[in-house]
Ligand binder design. Structure first.
Ligand SMILES: [Zn+2]
Ligand SMILES: [Zn+2]
Length: 159
């Protein structure tokens, strides 16, 4: 999508000419569509003097906004990531226990992974089966519990 500074309209896609006034964006194109700079008097590739009219130069004040429009999608992604990181650091700086908890969780995960790697196969199989059984039992319990205490749909929204 490009914005025309001559007629102040947007043309979708990656246009070479403005859809509304027919001007080119920041280059002069000859009849054979060779790109030339604004200052060109004749085409550097075919010598033609028949040029398209480029849009007026973008005012310096507006240039940052135009550049911003180009990088907006990436910028939004980066700022979201930065926001998440900022929130994390904010939580850590306000409550050191949060960091301790995080480190503990990390160590726990590494320890569990190491122990799991060191376990003999038969023990892994046994544990997997028992975890599976526990999960099934839990699911059954939860289903039983919720089916008893769910008179209407509105209950789900309650905290
Ligand atoms: Zn235009
Ligand atoms: Zn040309």
């Amino acid at each position: 999508m490009k914005y025309c500074h001559r007629c102040h309209k947007l043309t979708l896609g990656e246009p070479v000419f403005c859809n509304f006034c027919g001007s080119t964006y920041s280059v002069k194109l000859c009849g054979r569509l060779h790109p030339n700079p604004r200052s060109a008097q004749a085409c550097s590739q075919c010598g033609s003097r028949d040029f398209s009219t480029p849009q007026p130069k973008i005012p310096i004040i507006c240039r940052p906004f135009v550049a911003l429009l180009h990088v907006a999608p990436r910028l939004i992604g980066t700022s979201l990531l930065a926001g998440a990181l900022y929130l994390l650091f904010h939580a850590i700086s306000h409550d050191p226990r949060f960091l301790q908890g995080l480190v503990c969780l990390l160590f726990l995960a590494v320890a569990v992974a190491l122990i799991w790697k060191l376990m003999p196969k038969w023990l892994q199989g046994f544990l997997k089966t028992s975890f599976h059984v526990i999960a099934v039992l839990l699911k059954a319990t939860i289903r039983l519990f919720f089916s008893k205490n769910r008179p209407s749909k509105g209950v789900r929204n309650r905290t």
